[in-house]
Design a protein around this ligand. Structure first.
Ligand SMILES: Nc1ncnc2c1ncn2[C@@H]1O[C@H](COP(=O)(O)OP(=O)(O)O)[C@@H](O)[C@H]1O
Ligand SMILES: [Mg+2]
Length: 249
């Protein structure tokens, strides 16, 4: 992926095994977020391929990938702050306004039945995440950690089978971080959801992820179990190298 003269992601190849919780780490500017944008269909790569279940999905728009079960979670959009936790979850499966309007006219009973079904699923999701106490609270009033859990809930409601998380631990307190890690583990174990997680909190990566892929300067530096990565001098060097460059700048 080139931005003008800059190759943000360059010759970067790796697999995320189905059913894994794969970690993606590396110093700032390594190209991790850009790579997620490419995989999730928000950026078209200059060259290269993305395969999902062995099928080439390179350049497919995010909404199409969403329907194929690949989602990248984001912060709850601003306009959703005025909706309750429950409503935030209930808006996920909708997405087909034309069809909904049509059905509302011609099949109101079917629409009501579907809505009850979606509400039941949303309530189940809130219970799973321990968010039932804030079911009717506006999303804008939730704590940072609760918002992260709600984001995870939106991914669950989408029926995703592959979830990309970009720094889920950023800005949340240790208690909620532990809770978030536990939810990710349970979703992986109980529902078979595959995760790829970018995270700077190495404790969280060590606790959750196997394998861990290390990116530096746009490509894969190394990958493997966190215990081995930790001992790899090249990894330390990559982090120190950019820290030194940052100091000099
Ligand atoms: N839209 C963009 N236009 C130009 N340069 C970009 C853009 N997005 C990212 N970059 C650059 O690409 C490199 C990788 O950035 P990024 O993917 O955000 O790294 P990371 O997430 O690993 O910190 C950085 O040098 C960054 O400045
Ligand atoms: Mg980033």
């Amino acid at each position: 992926m080139s931005f003008g003269g800059l190759r943000a992601v360059d010759g970067c190849t790796f697999d995320v095994a189905a059913g894994s919780i794969t970690g993606l780490i590396g110093p700032n500017g390594a190209g991790k977020t850009t790579l997620f944008s490419i995989i999730a269909g928000f950026l078209k790569p200059t060259a290269g391929r993305v395969l999902l279940d062995g099928q080439d999905v390179t350049g497919q728009p995010s909404h199409r990938l969403f329907h194929r079960g690949l989602v990248r979670t984001f912060q709850i959009p601003h306009e959703f702050n005025g909706l309750t936790s429950l409503e935030n979850l209930m808006t996920v499966p909708a997405g087909q306004d034309g069809e909904r309007l049509f059905k509302a006219w011609f099949a109101p009973a079917a629409v009501a039945a579907r809505e009850a079904e979606v509400m039941a699923e949303a309530d189940e999701t809130l219970a799973f995440l321990g968010l039932d106490p804030v079911r009717n609270e506006l999303a804008g009033n939730l704590s940072g950690g609760q918002k992260k859990l709600l984001e995870l809930g939106r991914a669950m409601m989408s029926g995703a089978s592959v979830v990309l998380l970009d720094e889920p631990g950023a800005g949340i307190n240790p208690t909620l971080l532990g809770q978030l890690a536990e939810m990710i583990q349970r979703l992986n174990r109980e529902r078979g959801i595959t995760f790829c997680i970018i995270e700077h909190n190495m404790d969280m990566i060590a606790r959750l992820c196997d394998p861990v892929i290390v990116m530096a300067a746009g490509s894969v530096l190394t990958s493997g179990a966190m215990a081995d990565i930790r001992k790899d001098p090249r990894v330390l060097e990559a982090y120190l190298g950019t820290a030194a460059a940052g100091d000099a700048a």
